[in-house]
Design a protein around this ligand. Structure first.
Ligand code: SF4
Length: 724
């Protein structure tokens, strides 16, 4: 061996090391855990992710997002210090200076314009501890009523519907393991195969056990392929199909009479209303034949056990709340709830979409799912926080409405944590213009996201490998996120940033936590006696028991895996039927905008792609946004496969490449929303809001399309500049 080779081998040995890290995927609500082997070989890090076979939810599976999640953590674009925007250039500054400037600016603005001149905008990917602390920071640190978060766009319709009908909002009423025994499963407006891939085997197992699967979706997807019956509904018409199914179920008497009588109220009205429902009319409006509606109703009605799952396809509408309630009618009328393999699930999208909405990030909520407008609830939280009840602000407004308040210049400064509203909010060109009016924008992020680009100051935060805490998965199981990798020196956890900002504002007394566990222990107390009661859950138990289901009011309790076995959580213990109201999207196709645009996700990306677009393996597999279009529709508009097309609505324009699919309705096009700038489909989408939960109507916008070649040069140039 030459001396040179020997030298390099020895050097390699000296500089090589291996670490095994326990980790939990930062992305979807399955929250799969894994072992990450990090090898350091001569200044290069090599990672290998291995699924955790003991994980009771993922059952030892990981999808590609989890496998490659670590790549964004080591991406060279990651921010390592606070940066300040000086004449369009981001310049590194110390934490001391950044915190001092922020506190001073916030104080000045509040002195001049009042406490509510600052808005706080959070995210459903924060840990429970951070979501809780962000709510406390807004109300106690800043004293503002304006706080909301991106989960408003995710779970608000299903959450508000479940609260109204069941008295509690927990994503899935049963543990996932029961799916295998359900004899009929309805998957409505959900593409689990791409959004929660490790959940799919539960449904495959059910199918193997003889389940009849009904999918309701305007597109053929990897999920609908599993179905025995695919109802390719017109976007926005899901609830009307369900009203048709209810008619068949009631008239052919698949009703569970004793359940309806003992456990519910309001059925008599529904029974009366159903007489006026015409299946022929429903067929005409929804695009689903009477025969298919009857088939779906009979299969679900006669099945001994059954589960219904909805997701954003049903919920992201200006009638999202009512849409979900029709699905809950279906569950109640057949008595398929509170028993083994019988239940309802709203499939949470974001990693901590569940926990993130329980502990105070929402405009109208205090921790434990308490109401900020309820005097008793206010008094209790004020006592936990050691403030006077009168000092707690009242309720603010929803996420999109906060953007309107910014546009009206009522909110002068915005603090954004774990979110990228310019890409995730509907009517995003309006949002961008509104944010330009802000006096001061502070963003906490790992990267210079599309929103962070507009910030005055960006504070760098830690990644999922570095920031420990708890997450609540889609089952309602509170799990522990280990964080065994050391954070870069000048990067801080979101909760540490909140504590330091609290200190800079002179509020140290309320923000002096030493660890995430300290915060969790306060959260437990704050949630005690609330609907989302975490009091009996401790770090020790979560680690030992591999997660604990909420509600769990006492340490001796096992947690509640299956809800509603003997009663609902309403004041009279009964579940409520909902009147039958036909729902229609706010925008209908017109001569000028003849097609329906619907949006969604792809397997490779998460939310606005800030992290997944910085994971090389994921980006390579899915580089650009696209529009899925039926070849007949494409032909009609002169659109060739793989070419750029312009999608226009009354609000704005996006440009993406065409992708033919015979699996989509001819009157509908589909675009995923993970990209920014000119590829951002939320430039086009509708901000019509649900009157109850303020969910925007992402899923139905009237649009026109045309090939870019009509003004090729200019558009291609714009596309290249904006996509790099
Ligand atoms: Fe699991 Fe979801 Fe992560 Fe995939 S994205 S590994 S399904 S948590």
């Amino acid at each position: 061996m030459s001396d040179l080779i020997k030298y390099f081998r020895e050097k390699q040995m000296k500089e090589s090391s291996e670490a095994i890290l326990q980790a939990r995927c930062p992305y979807c609500s399955m929250q799969c855990s894994m072992e990450l082997i990090e090898e350091r070989i001569v200044k290069r890090n090599r990672f290998k992710a291995k699924p955790n076979k003991q994980d009771p939810t993922s059952e030892g599976r990981l999808c590609m997002k989890g496998l490659f999640a670590h790549q964004h953590v080591i991406n060279g674009e990651r921010l390592k210090t606070p940066v300040v925007n000086i004449d369009g250039e981001f310049v590194s500054v110390s934490w001391e200076l950044a915190l001092e400037v922020i506190a001073e600016k916030w104080r000045d603005l509040q002195e001049e314009y009042g406490k509510d001149s600052i808005g706080v905008y959070g995210g459903g990917s924060l840990t429970n501890e951070e979501a809780y602390l962000l709510g406390k920071f807004a109300r106690v640190g800043l004293g503002t009523k304006y706080i909301d978060y991106n989960g408003r766009f995710c779970m608000s319709a299903a959450a508000s519907a479940q609260v109204a009908v069941f008295g509690i909002d927990r994503g899935i009423t049963n543990g996932l393991s029961e799916i295998a025994d359900a004899k009929c499963i309805i998957l409505a407006g959900t593409n689990i195969a791409e959004c929660q891939p490790t959940m799919m085997p539960y449904f495959r197992k059910a199918k193997k056990n003889g389940a009849f699967i009904i999918a309701i979706d305007p597109r053929e997807t990897a999920t609908t392929k599993l179905a025995d019956l695919h109802l390719k509904v017109k976007p926005g018409m899901d609830a009307n199909v369900v009203i048709g199914m209810l008619k068949v179920i009631i008239e052919e008497d698949f009703v569970d009479h004793s359940f309806v009588q003992e456990r519910t109220k309001g059925f008599a009205e529904v029974k009366e209303q159903i007489k006026t429902v015409s299946l022929a009319m429903i067929e005409k409006e929804t695009g689903i034949s009477q025969a298919d509606i009857e088939k779906a109703a009979r299969e679900y009605g006669k099945a001994e056990t059954g589960m219904v799952f909805t997701a954003r396809g049903v919920e992201q509408h200006a009638s999202g709340h009512q849409n979900v309630r029709q699905f809950l009618n279906l569950v109640l009328v057949t008595g398929k709830i509170g028993k083994h393999a019988c239940g309802y699930g709203a499939i949470t999208g974001q990693g901590n979409g569940q926990g993130g909405r329980e502990h105070g990030q929402k405009a109208d909520q205090l921790p434990g799912y308490r109401s900020i407008e309820n005097d008793e609830h206010r008094k209790y939280i004020a006592s936990v926080w050691e403030v006077d009840e009168s000092e707690l602000p009242r309720k603010g407004v929803s996420a999109y409405e906060m953007m309107e308040k910014i546009d009206e210049e009522e909110i002068k400064a915005l603090f954004v944590m774990a979110s990228n509203p310019i890409v995730s909010t509907p009517n995003s060109l309006f949002v961008q213009k509104a944010l330009e009016k802000l006096d001061f924008l502070v963003v906490v992020d790992m990267f210079i996201s599309e929103t962070a680009k507009m910030a005055d100051i960006i504070l760098p935060c830690t990644s999922y490998l570095e920031d420990e805490g708890t997450m609540t998965n889609l089952e309602g199981r509170v799990v522990f996120r280990e964080a065994e990798r050391k954070a870069p020196q000048d990067v801080k956890h979101d909760w540490t940033i909140l504590c330091e900002l609290g200190r800079a504002l002179g509020k140290e007394k309320w923000f002096s936590y030493k660890s995430a566990e300290d915060i969790f222990n306060e959260l437990r107390l704050a949630s005690k006696g609330g609907v989302a009661d975490y009091y009996g859950i401790t770090y020790e138990r979560i680690k030992e028991e591999k997660g604990v289901f909420w509600p769990c009011p006492k340490e001796e309790d096992n947690g509640t895996k299956r809800l509603f076995e003997s009663s609902f959580m309403t004041t009279d213990s009964l579940a409520s039927f909902t009147n039958l109201e036909f729902q229609y999207p706010k925008e209908a196709p017109s001569k000028k905008y003849p097609l329906v645009l619907t949006t969604g996700r792809v397997m490779e990306h998460y939310l606005t792609g800030v992290q997944t677009r910085r994971s090389q393996d994921l980006l390579q597999r899915s580089l650009d946004a696209f529009v899925e279009i039926h070849p007949n529709t494409a032909k009609k508009y002169g659109i060739e496969e793989g070419k750029l097309i312009r999608i226009e609505s009354v609000r704005g324009t996006a440009i993406v490449k065409s992708r033919y699919s015979e699996g989509i309705r001819e009157d509908t096009i589909f675009v995923p929303f993970h990209w920014g700038d000119i590829q951002s489909i939320n430039r086009v989408t509708s901000p019509a809001l649900d009157p109850v939960c303020r969910m925007p109507e992402f899923k139905v916008s009237a649009v026109a399309i045309r090939p870019v070649h009509q003004q090729q040069k200019e558009e291609e140039k714009k596309y290249k500049v904006l996509t790099g």
